[in-house]
Design a protein around this ligand. Structure first.
Ligand SMILES: NC(=O)c1ccc[n+]([C@@H]2O[C@H](COP(=O)([O-])OP(=O)(O)OC[C@H]3O[C@@H](n4cnc5c(N)ncnc54)[C@H](OP(=O)(O)O)[C@@H]3O)[C@@H](O)[C@H]2O)c1
Length: 243
């Protein structure tokens, strides 16, 4: 069976995706910083799903190493799932550019560095899939997450461009837009229970959308309609609401 490369495999959504793709029979490359912390996870996946699992060290910000790390993978992964992300601190990012840059570089620049290499490879081999976890935050800028939201908007647009470019080569590109998800990233936040998904639900939605060769999936599904309303709201009204 083919390999899927999961970048950000230590994230809560990444772990759920690893389990979902292993359950479907995919062998896995689990990439993360401090990847040794994934050893037990990898063992569990091997035993439970009878698949091959390798872990590898990967830092999105270390762009100089991306090509070498990818080219070392043998066999090359049939698909790449981009999960890692950095919410950061909006208040700090407003006064300290290094925090703003870290948010932008993690959520956007790092992916451009890696996916340019992978897109080239998939395009020349005429197959492959790329799944990018973006966010509903990229659909409209808000004061509480201006930098994170705009970095996700850039990532969403980049994925859209890749999809356009790679369509004729038979490469599938799926953009995932989660709403609220209960993970380490949102720990301690007062999220509305009814609007908040579990990582496993996100993984299931991603897997289903991938199988149906969808271009964009909102997860949970109703975020499409929430964002439909939010993105059409006139500025004069939008300025007055606190979201
Ligand atoms: N949770 C939500 O409500 C929500 C909503 C919309 C979109 N998302 C997106 O979903 C994705 C997964 O996030 P999550 O909710 O599962 O949160 P999470 O558990 O905090 O995962 C974030 C992951 O990104 C990794 N990461 C950060 N900087 C990195 C770098 N420079 N290189 C490699 N890995 C890096 C972190 O690695 P370490 O483990 O080494 O720190 C962590 O594993 C993110 O892209 C996030 O923006 C989340």
């Amino acid at each position: 069976m083919e390999y899927a490369l999961i970048i950000g495999a230590k994230s809560d959504i990444g772990r759920a995706l690893a389990a979902r793709y292993a359950r479907a029979g995919y062998n896995l490359y689990l990439a993360a910083r401090k990847s040794e912390e994934l050893t037990r996870e990898a063992d569990n996946l091997r035993i439970r799903y009878n698949v091959r699992v390798a872990t590898l060290e990967f830092d999105l910000l270390d762009t100089g190493n991306h090509e070498e790390i990818y080219k070392q993978l043998s066999p090359r992964p049939a698909g790449t799932i981009c999960v890692a992300g950095y919410l950061g601190d909006q208040k700090i990012a407003e006064i300290d550019f290094s925090e703003a840059r870290k948010i932008i570089d993690t959520n956007f620049t790092g992916w451009v560095s890696l996916l340019n290499i992978i897109a080239e490879d998939y395009e020349s081999s005429g197959s492959g899939f790329i799944i990018g976890i973006s966010s509903v935050a990229g659909d409209r800028g808000r004061r509480s997450n201006t930098i994170y939201g705009s970095s996700k908007a850039a990532f969403t647009t980049y994925l859209s461009g890749l999809r356009h470019r790679l369509h004729s080569s038979g490469v599938v590109v799926l953009t995932v837009k989660p709403g609220f998800v209960r993970t380490r990233m949102t720990e301690g936040m007062d999220l509305p229970e009814k609007l908040t998904a579990k990582p496993e639900e996100v993984a299931e939605d991603v897997f289903r959308a991938h199988r149906k060769a969808r271009a964009i999936v909102y997860t949970r599904w109703y975020w499409r309609w929430i964002m439909w309303v939010i993105t059409r709201m006139p500025d004069r009204l939008f300025q007055r609401i606190s979201i």
